[in-house]
Design a protein around this ligand. Structure first.
Ligand code: AMP
Ligand code: MN
Ligand code: MN
Ligand code: MN
Length: 294
């Protein structure tokens, strides 16, 4: 089984439409794909409508990637297996959309002060009906020739402490977990190896996440060192957390691919443990673990 529980579409800062993403997942022979746009479920009605026209075994899971604030860090919390028609949850998403838009306006103002006018309008137009993210501003800056490439846009303007950085007003980790679980989803700490945290701070983050009732850690993601991967696996045991895996795919490129190298170690309990579609898969995992032990 090929399972990828973290991906983006053009409804946030991904570059593929839901249809294009799903076709790619199908070509990569995925069995399960979670679409997890930043603070948005908006890709999913289109995704399911498209899937309904296809005869494929690929299962699409509803997900979201919440931005939260923790100390001075932007920490991302994935919500997996969410309903699309929960009024409270959708109102809460609308609150995040508002926070995002306000921040985008302020980023535009700061860039204008730096002599680059009109970026908010361009970023907003580029995002279309999706969420405006710093990735859109970065693309605008590249297109206008203000910076040489995408990363330079963050290094010069958009990154923490840079000229056009706006301290975000995101919800707390605890709040994100509560919102996700109130709606019946699983809360997963996204890419724990990508926050530039020391081992001590990473543990502090995981402890607080677990204490707030979080369900699982994304223990398999791109760019994870073997040491950090082992550390995360040990945290799952120590703090009784489930394990998730995701590519965080945004667009076709050399480094990330849907469903590539996302196997979760058999000794960890996967986040899909109690989902009905996974019964056979879980039995196979349990058998493989037994075989490996004998
Ligand atoms: P936002 O959620 O609006 O703050 O936008 C952040 C998004 O920009 C992330 O989800 C990444 O997909 C993307 N991104 C790409 N490169 C960087 C970088 N160097 N620093 C921060 N974000 C980046
Ligand atoms: Mn992103
Ligand atoms: Mn993220
Ligand atoms: Mn992501």
């Amino acid at each position: 089984m090929k399972i990828d529980l973290h991906s983006h579409t053009c409804y946030s800062d991904g570059q593929l439409t839901p249809k294009e993403l799903i076709d790619r997942a199908h070509n990569m022979q995925l069995d399960v794909l979670a679409i997890t746009d930043h603070d948005s479920l908006d890709a999913l009605p289109e995704a399911h409508a498209y899937q309904a026209t296809q005869k494929r075994q690929l299962r699409i899971l509803n997900g979201v990637e919440f931005s939260t604030g923790w100390h001075n860090f932007d920490i991302h919390i994935l919500g997996l297996n969410l309903p699309l028609d929960d009024e409270t949850f959708n109102a809460r998403l609308a609150q995040q959309h508002h926070t995002r838009l306000q921040r985008a306006i302020k980023i535009g103002e700061k860039l204008a002060k730096a002599g680059i006018e009109g970026t908010y309008d361009d970023a907003k137009a580029m995002a279309g009906k999706g969420q405006v993210t710093r990735a859109h501003f970065a693309r605008v800056l590249v297109q206008r020739g203000e910076v040489s490439d995408f990363d330079a846009a963050f290094k010069k303007y958009l990154g923490k402490g840079k000229r056009a950085h706006v301290k975000p007003d995101w919800i707390s980790i605890q709040q994100a977990i509560e919102w996700i679980q109130d709606a019946g989803g699983k809360a997963v700490l996204a890419h724990p190896g990508r926050y530039d945290l020391s081992g001590k701070w990473l543990r502090k983050l995981v402890v607080e996440f677990a204490q707030a009732g979080g369900d699982g850690l994304e223990v398999v993601h791109h760019g994870l060192s073997p040491d950090t991967r082992n550390l995360l696996a040990s945290f799952c045991h120590e703090y009784d957390l489930q394990a998730s895996a995701g590519s965080d795919f945004h667009f076709p490129n050399r480094w990330t691919e849907l469903g590539r190298n996302l196997g979760i170690p058999l000794v960890l309990e996967p986040v899909w443990q109690d989902w009905d579609w996974a019964t056979e898969l879980n039995q196979a995992r349990a058998q493989a673990l037994l075989d490996a032990q004998h």
